[in-house]
Design a protein around this ligand. Structure first.
Ligand SMILES: *Cc1c(COP(=O)(O)O)cnc(C)c1O
Length: 432
């Protein structure tokens, strides 16, 4: 399979280049040249397959021409070492828990698949691969965990100073070994711009054997489509879900679109955001106006220039009408988020995190307007990752911290402070 740039369909590269170089030189994003479709045989039996079998079928549809089946099966099974349970709160009101991985957020799926695929693609190479990643909270932790101790790799994480939670910060800064954290005096968009500048510098990218782990990397998107199919088959036969996706860079929602292109029956998507409502605004008005992000309680969604938007556009052939016939937007304030956390607890005795809470609000308003709809809200992180908000709304001790997160709290933070100057960043990369 070949991959082309969203800026120039005739610029094509192979899988290794698309995954390891991550970004085409023209500043677009890679898309598969041909969008795979799962055949009728798959859709006859999909309800009876295991999560791993679904994952393998999807992975094979995308990567089967380039990665032999036994290797791909191992990559998928290594990735899906934990479940994604569907929890039903009320009639038509389902929550897909994507936080059962090692760092308690959905990004574990993409990061674990990507680390394994990259390791396979570089088997036999003798140069260290430098994985560069900007994070607004959870990406960095998932990537660090996925690559920790992977031979032949080092990870450099950029995160915005003071804008991630204390435990998130520990997930980025306390692992050591082949993981280095840079604490950037700026916003997430600044971090993302620094990472982009390093990749656009072909000389630097080549010298350091740079690769990216942001949601712009296709290796992260594809495994995120596994759980859309896994979730949908748990609804009664004939019921096509409305997927409600708490969104920031829109990688997760784009993965849902890929699942739909594979043949999954989807009634509709709802793009749920906080006050960073660039995409809901586009869906409403047809005008796409990226702007600086503002800080909210749901910080992993504080993105003002969502990087996967161009892929969403590509999947709808650039048509706003087509996109809005399949995706609607909704956004909510911090006060509404807080109220939703309390309401979900009191109605269902369920602890929902601030990102999932925004999704749940969007799902509720969708069902109010479409009473027959079955919504599946993606719960993107474990509530224990946001102790300040959860305790403020539900009281102390409302959400016990899972063991795998608790051990990090006692470890020492090690981060290197850096500004947003691109030349300084370049020098740091070259000298370390
Ligand atoms: C990253 C993240 C999001 C946003 O996902 P995108 O794929 O960037 O849209 C939402 N919630 C949580 C908890 C996240 O970590």
């Amino acid at each position: 399979m070949l991959y082309h740039s969203t800026h120039n369909p005739s610029f094509r590269v192979d899988l290794k280049e698309a995954i390891l170089r991550s970004l085409p030189p023209d500043n677009g994003l890679y898309m598969p040249d041909r969008l795979p479709v799962l055949d009728a045989d798959f859709w006859k039996i999909w309800r009876f397959l295991s999560f791993q079998e679904i994952g393998f079928a999807v992975a094979e549809a995308f990567f089967g021409e380039d990665v032999p089946a036994p290797a791909l099966r191992e990559i998928v099974e290594g990735t899906l070492a934990f479940d994604a349970p569907l929890v039903t709160l009320g009639p038509g009101d389902h929550i897909l828990e994507l936080f059962h991985g090692p760092t308690l957020a959905f990004k574990d799926f993409g990061a674990r698949f990507m680390a394994r695929l990259m390791a396979w693609l570089t088997r036999g190479d003798d140069r260290t691969l430098t994985v560069l990643v900007a994070t607004s909270g959870d990406t960095g932790g998932a990537v660090a965990s996925a690559f920790h101790h992977v031979p032949g790799t080092r990870v450099v994480i950029l995160y915005p100073k003071g804008k991630v939670s204390g435990l998130q910060e520990k997930q980025l800064t306390a692992l050591g070994g082949n993981i280095t954290a840079l604490e950037i005096d700026g916003t997430f968009d600044d971090c993302q711009a620094l990472v982009k500048s390093a990749f656009l510098d072909r000389d630097l990218a080549e010298k350091l054997n740079l690769t990216s782990a942001n949601s712009i990397n296709l290796a992260r998107l594809v495994p995120q489509s596994f759980y859309y199919i896994h979730a949908a088959r748990q609804l009664p036969e004939g019921v096509a879900p409305v997927f409600v996706v708490p969104s920031g860079n829109f990688g997760n929602l784009t993965a849902g679109l890929l699942a739909m292109k594979l043949g999954l029956p989807v009634d509709h998507f709802v793009a749920a955001t906080n006050r960073n409502d660039v995409v809901p605004e586009f869906l409403r008005s047809g005008i796409y106006q990226p702007r600086p992000s503002v800080a909210t309680l749901s910080n992993a969604m504080d993105v003002g220039a969502p990087s996967n938007f161009v892929r969403m556009q590509a999947l709808f052939g650039g048509s706003w009408e087509d996109m809005k016939s399949k995706i609607s937007g909704a956004w909510f304030t911090d006060d509404q988020t807080r109220a939703a956390i309390r309401e979900v607890k009191s109605l269902f005795d369920y602890e929902i995190d601030p990102h999932g809470a925004i999704g749940w609000l969007a799902a509720r308003s969708w069902r109010a307007a479409h009473p027959c709809a079955s919504t599946i809200t993606l719960e993107t992180a474990h509530p224990a990752k946001f102790p300040d908000v959860m305790e403020a709304e539900l009281g102390q001790g409302a959400v016990p911290i899972p063991e795998r997160l608790a051990v990090l709290a006692d470890r020492e933070k090690v981060a290197i402070p850096l500004g947003i100057d691109k030349a300084v960043f370049r020098d740091w990369l070259l000298s370390h």
